[in-house]
Design a protein around this ligand. Structure first.
Ligand SMILES: Cc1cc2nc3c(=O)[nH]c(=O)nc-3n(C[C@H](O)[C@H](O)[C@H](O)COP(=O)(O)OP(=O)(O)OC[C@H]3O[C@@H](n4cnc5c(N)ncnc54)[C@H](O)[C@@H]3O)c2cc1C
Length: 400
């Protein structure tokens, strides 16, 4: 899609320029002209033009032929906040390592920022072969246009075949911008990544049609192949001591090089629930029966020093706070122990907890699909089973 200006109708009144927040229109010979690099297709100019000289044109999708054999290497883009690399980026390194080994290529960790010089040694323990550190004071914060520009230029120069990005609010803003610039395929919110050995294609699996099926997507004719992945889908990598090549590139940017300006960064106030980092989670589903029924789940969570979670239905029924929902539209968790009580095991729930180290399911239906995912299963009424469990745990605690 692109914004097209009809020169015959354009009077050069510049109202479109005034309406454009992205400095994407200039006047040339008294006619408006679109600067494609800046244009976000927001359409504000179309609505403003008094002459109706501006329109949005959908071009036929052209499959750009690229020589995919020229693309080599797996990149993970680092996301950071207040000088700390986010866990999702480190988790992507563990999957990136597997993919790079299968493809027999380098795994590179790409950091755009400042003040990381003293952290590179520590970071190099996370299994990459190379750290590409793009340093500029302004890159300390996420500037969407500057980050997009730098990464797009780097990709054109280095030609990685795979780029992995966290499916965080920042990653969701940044990844499509880069993909558009590079005419590359992008799959959002992947829950699985594999390699087709014959074609070297990245097989990107994600829930689709409201989560009722899992789709595996590939982009066979374009490179790089880009995917975003939520936190908690992959495990943190083991730390290893190995030689890591560090490439530092200094960029000279100024604030005026960006169309946006970060005025102030306001940290989100933390809620008391931190399910993503919980070691033990006791989760309840519709089988708990009622809001009062949750008391027994809460009690089990308490004796185990665990966090409380639940399926979407329990949130919809107002039995549980929304920030405790686990699953596709809730949180993705990876505790050491996950106890699912009265949860049937719908795929939308499973994608949020399948990477738990040990899954225990309590369900009165022996055919419930949660048992396909559980390491230990107890068939029976949770209201009879959990009180017994609580008593036994209390006894063990007393004897410790
Ligand atoms: C787009 C979309 C996104 C979604 N996102 C999510 C999400 O993020 N998270 C999520 O959880 N769901 C999500 N869902 C909903 C999901 O499809 C299921 O409907 C939901 O997970 C089912 O919740 P449940 O297992 O608690 O309830 P049910 O499917 O009703 O299962 C209840 C289970 O409890 C058992 N049971 C009943 N009584 C007892 C008892 N006394 N003792 C023991 N067992 C008992 C039953 O045998 C049954 O297996 C989503 C759906 C869609 C369409």
């Amino acid at each position: 899609m692109s914004i097209v200006i009809d020169e015959e109708l354009c009077t050069g009144c510049a109202s479109c320029m005034d309406s454009c927040m992205y400095d994407a229109i200039e006047l040339e010979n008294n006619k408006a002209k679109v600067l494609e690099d800046n244009c976000t297709l927001c359409r504000a100019c179309i609505e403003t033009c008094p002459e109706e000289a501006i329109s949005l044109v959908r071009e036929d999708v052209k499959v750009q032929k690229v020589d995919i054999s020229q693309f080599k290497g797996v990149w993970v883009i680092a996301e950071h906040y207040q000088k700390k690399i986010q866990n999702v980026s480190l988790q992507l390194l563990s999957k990136g390592r597997l993919l790079a080994d299968l493809l027999q290529v380098y795994l590179s960790f790409v950091i755009l920022g400042s003040d990381f010089d003293d952290k590179l040694e520590q970071l190099s323990l996370y299994g990459m072969d190379e750290i590409i550190y793009i340093k500029s004071p302004i890159l300390k914060d996420y500037y969407s246009d500057l980050y997009t520009k730098v990464i797009s230029e780097l990709v054109l120069e280095n030609k990685p075949e795979i780029i992995l990005i966290g499916a965080t609010p920042t990653g969701r803003d940044f990844a499509p911008r880069v993909a558009k610039r590079l005419n590359a395929g992008l799959t959002a919110d992947c829950t699985g990544l594999e390699i087709n050995h014959a074609t070297r294609d990245l097989l990107q699996t994600r829930p689709t049609y409201g989560g009722s099926i899992m789709a595996t997507i590939r982009t066979p004719s374009s490179r790089p192949q880009m995917a975003t992945v939520r936190a908690g889908i992959f495990n943190m990598p083991e730390k290893v001591k190995k030689k890591v090549y560090i490439r530092k590139i200094e960029y000279e940017f100024e604030e005026k090089d960006s169309v946006s300006k970060i005025v102030k960064v306001i940290s989100k106030t933390k809620t008391s629930v931190n399910l993503e980092d919980a070691k033990i989670i006791v989760a309840g589903g519709r089988g708990v029966g009622s809001r009062e029924g949750f008391r027994v789940i809460e009690e089990l969570a308490k004796v185990l020093d665990a966090e409380l979670g639940g399926s979407r239905i329990t949130v919809e029924l107002n039995w549980l706070d929304p920030d405790r929902q686990i699953g596709q539209t809730g949180k993705t968790v990876t505790p050491k122990l996950y106890i699912a009580c009265g949860i049937s095991g719908a795929i939308q729930h499973i994608v949020g907890m399948q990477n738990s180290e040990i899954i225990v399911a309590i369900n009165k239906d022996p055919n419930a699909s949660i048992f396909n995912w559980a390491h230990y299963g107890i068939v029976g009424d949770l209201h009879e089973i959990i009180p017994v469990l609580i008593e036994e745990i209390k006894k063990i605690k007393v004897n410790e």
